[in-house]
Design a protein around this ligand. Sequence first.
Ligand code: G
Ligand code: G
Ligand code: G
Ligand code: NA
Ligand code: MN
Length: 250
Amino acid sequence: LISNDDVRRGIENDEFVPFFQPLVTLRTGELAGFEVLARWHHPTAGVLSPDRFIPIAEQNGWIDALTKRLMQKAFEAGKLIPEPLTLAFNVSPLQLHDLDLPKRIQSAAEDLGFPLQRIVIEVTESAVVDNVERAQTISNELKALGCKIALDDFGTGYSSLLHLQSLPFDELKVDRSFVGSMIQRRESRKIVAAVVGLGQSLGLTTVAEGIETREQAEMLLWLGCELGQGWLFGRPIPAEDLPTTVEMPR
Ligand code: G
Ligand code: G
Ligand code: G
Ligand code: NA
Ligand code: MN
């Protein structure tokens, strides 16, 4: 079991690292960018997933420090990620209430020379719920810097449709629970079709998460979904593996 002290020690020892999961353009199969997913190189337990430590970092007020360090490491690795590939970061609900967030992202990106125009900030619906006005202010500042905003895990929270109109989203990420069952279940397929259609009519880039089979990818393409992410295209990888994943320009 992970204790608060474990996480604090992990932060002090700089044990958290970004992993990178590819996003591809479904029509061409070309790499479009990566989502950054936090991992913990725990000294004894191995590599741990975010659900083991993100909630603890949030509860103890350490999420900003953790996110900052992850961004620095990801932007550092971003030197291996050529234009126009993007880097997408997850922010916690709490961070969308922090008016300093845009400035902190800006300084981390500028310090390491990663263009703000190639940054996507992924927010979950719950991030938007309790203080819409402040989330709007922060989102507008991020957009003014050139960053894009994605609504993550769409369809699993509540008031999804309400929140879709509350922030200036650029991207809609269809939750992987729908994608996972869309071949077997007609209802899931209809829901995915409706969400992709909704995204299109709002002028958003649609992204399907959790694509594991070619059949799913083909159906999503046929439904008009633009980008895809999932084990079919690649699992989250450490920065060390980026050079073999990304074709560097000559
Ligand atoms: O520990 P292992 O050999 O599995 O680590 C694989 C890679 O992960 C190493 O090349 C190293 O760069 C990175 N790594 C492992 N542990 C840590 C850590 O505690 N902090 C950081 N920043 N990177 C680590
Ligand atoms: O990598 P994995 O699929 O286990 O991620 C589980 C969840 O953890 C994802 O839904 C993702 O949104 C979240 N997550 C991953 N990295 C981060 C991070 O750096 N910050 C926050 N707030 N959430 C993260
Ligand atoms: O919460 P969020 O959607 O941001 O995080 C994505 C999570 O989904 C990560 O923890 C990642 O490891 C996981 N994931 C990514 N691709 C797949 C996939 O194809 N299938 C499944 N089951 N999980 C995936
Ligand atoms: Na995400
Ligand atoms: Mn997601």
